[in-house]
Design a protein around this ligand. Sequence first.
Ligand SMILES: CCCCCCCCCCCCCCCC(=O)OC[C@@H](O)COP(=O)(O)O
Length: 255
Amino acid sequence: MNTSTWQPPLIWRAALLLARGLVGLLARLEVTGDVPAHLRRGPLVLVANHISPFDPVVMAAACQTRGIAPRIMATAGLFRVPVFGAAMRHAGHIRVDRGTSAVHQALDDAATAVARGSVILIYPEGRIGLDPGLWPERGKTGAARLALACGAPVVPVAQWGAHEVLPYQAPRGMLRGIARSLWRRPVIRLHFGTPVDLGESSAASPGAARRATGRIIDALTDTLAPLRPDEPDLPRHVDPGRPSDPSRAHRRRPG
Ligand SMILES: CCCCCCCCCCCCCCCC(=O)OC[C@@H](O)COP(=O)(O)O
């Protein structure tokens, strides 16, 4: 077994820098909060809300400002894209075969990565959320199961504004979104919150993962609320190509 601490490969460190430059061109990024210094090189699980295909680039830029190189759990399709997929693998990101019998492999891979001293980034909703107000949806239990299984701390990361850069259906509408962003540079806010108390010591008790998931989504909702003070209900920016599905609504919005 390899017990050395995981180090981000050069390609990923370069991409993090590139992401920071790209986000700086397209938006005014405001990053607040931080990850305690002793957690920046893991073991750590970051959980974030997912509102736009642009989110991972924003997250990469924000993590770069804080000296964090997260390994992202991402849908398998991205790993099949020529060149990009190989770069993803090489950078240490973790493939999630959603909706297949192989999906559990992703949690094993993530647990191994955490044990080696990595920061794992998960979007616990499991998809770009379709809540009409863009509030976090009821989560999938993977993030909680990972954290409970390996005892790693969980830090909520909320972000708002990426949906104004890239629309839901990107690459459809991508050029228009980029042109508009270059011109208007929308504000994107991202906040590293305080670690979530999962309230359970192990995943063994029945319902533990579901309860811990509720706490994770609560923490994301509470961390997000101050980032969108003027948009408590519907987002100001309307994306006509975005479907809406209230069936996974987590709860009423705060306030
Ligand atoms: C040019 C700068 C390059 C910077 C690199 C940025 C980050 C590269 C890593 C990309 C990893 C993307 C992972 C996103 C997580 C994910 O896979 O979410 C799924 C959704 O999205 C789409 O799901 P859906 O809502 O079901 O369509």
